[in-house]
Design a protein around this ligand. Structure first.
Ligand code: URA
Ligand code: SF4
Length: 192
């Protein structure tokens, strides 16, 4: 199975109740040019409408922040923990995350990222649980990276804020940009 086949499977998935509310499932997009995956929580309204990750207001902030750091969003692979939009953008339930997680794991297995950037608490909790770390508050892990083996791949899981949180609280902007600058650097020379 390759990434395209996996994406097609996601588009027609009915493994959890979220399939009933969606217009489009959002498998993810981008490339492994920098060896980096960025993982958000779940699609919002704009993502559900277009089938693309991070294209609404939070997505614009992410895309612009990457651009300011000299990185095109096409140079990273962008996806979410849960591939279908929860009603009213509520946080996905534990059951929904569990049902959808095999897709993220297969994406990791296929794309073999050297680093995964977790955007926000849901993503950090989910990804760090895979390397045996429990997370309660974003402030406990934000700005840090944790090594571990996920889906047979040695990765660093690095945590920052969700861009929607940065939109709500512009004082987080500096830390958010600093985190991304750190996470996108460090070892990049190996990829050039
Ligand atoms: N928020 C997310 O977590 N993911 C998206 O794709 C868009 C908004
Ligand atoms: Fe399937 Fe994930 Fe969508 Fe649930 S959220 S229907 S598990 S693709």
């Amino acid at each position: 199975m390759d990434l395209e086949e996996l994406s097609r499977e996601i588009l027609t998935c009915t493994k959890c109740p979220l399939h009933k509310y969606r217009t489009h499932a959002v498998p993810g997009e981008g490339s492994m040019k920098l060896g980096i995956m960025m993982v958000g929580e779940a699609p919002g309204a704009d993502e559900d409408r277009t089938g693309r990750p991070f294209v609404g207001a939070a997505g614009r902030l992410l895309t612009e922040t990457l651009a300011r750091l000299g990185v095109s969003r096409d140079d990273v692979y962008i996806t979410n923990v849960v591939k279908c939009r929860p009603p009213n953008n509520r946080t996905p339930t534990r059951e929904e995350v569990e049902a959808c997680l095999p897709y993220l794991l297969r994406q990791i297995e296929l794309l073999r990222p050297r680093r995964i950037v977790a955007l926000g608490l849901t993503s950090a909790k989910t990804l760090l649980s895979l390397v045996g770390k429990r997370v309660e508050k974003i402030g406990d892990v934000r700005g840090r990276c944790f090594r571990g083996r996920v889906a047979g791949v040695e990765v660093e899981i690095c945590v920052t804020y969700h861009p929607a949180a940065v939109l709500r609280n512009p004082r987080l902007k500096e830390e958010f940009m600093g985190d991304l600058a750190t996470f996108l650097g460090g070892g990049l020379e190996r990829f050039f």
